[in-house]
Design a protein around this ligand. Sequence first.
Ligand code: IMP
Ligand code: MG
Length: 180
Amino acid sequence: MLKDIEKVYYSEDDLHQIVERLGKKISEDYKDKNLLLVSVLKGSVIFMADLMRAITVPCAIDFMCVSSYANKTESSGAVKIVKDLDINLEGWDVLIVEDILDSGRTLSYLKKILDSRNPKSMRICTLLDKPERRVVDDIWADYYGAEVPDEFVVGYGLDYDEKYRNLPFIGVLKREVYEK
Ligand code: IMP
Ligand code: MG
């Protein structure tokens, strides 16, 4: 696995600090709210597990799985719900927890669906933001951990072809891995 990594962008230590900072800010902002963290599977699963432990105010959690991929490295316009939420969003201050905001198509679609279910409020928290790649203009991260340039990254939940999610850091995949 490690031989496929070109370079490490964020080490385990960096990620720990990033998540602690986000958890602190979210805890301040949601002190008197009814926080529901909605994790978008599968990429955000490790981020979610760490972030919820960095949050010091009460919160509920739920999971949703959408699939947006036309091929292995590029999302398409079409997004389908593979697993829906269990919790009814009415009355909740929803915080969507994502791994990476890339073109923005996935979150733009998801946000519209969840908005129609009348949450009290809705915001987005993404670990990584790739602003250069954005194609939709109605989506931004209210909270983000770090920016990455236009390169394909894996690890800490993010995959290429379902692999590399278990790497404890975020790294760039060697081009030869997905161009062969
Ligand atoms: P978007 O719809 O283009 O914003 O795509 C968002 C989804 O694409 C993310 O939730 C990831 O699952 C996936 N994705 C985008 N960029 C990367 C990357 O660099 N590495 C791994 N997955 C990525
Ligand atoms: Mg994802």
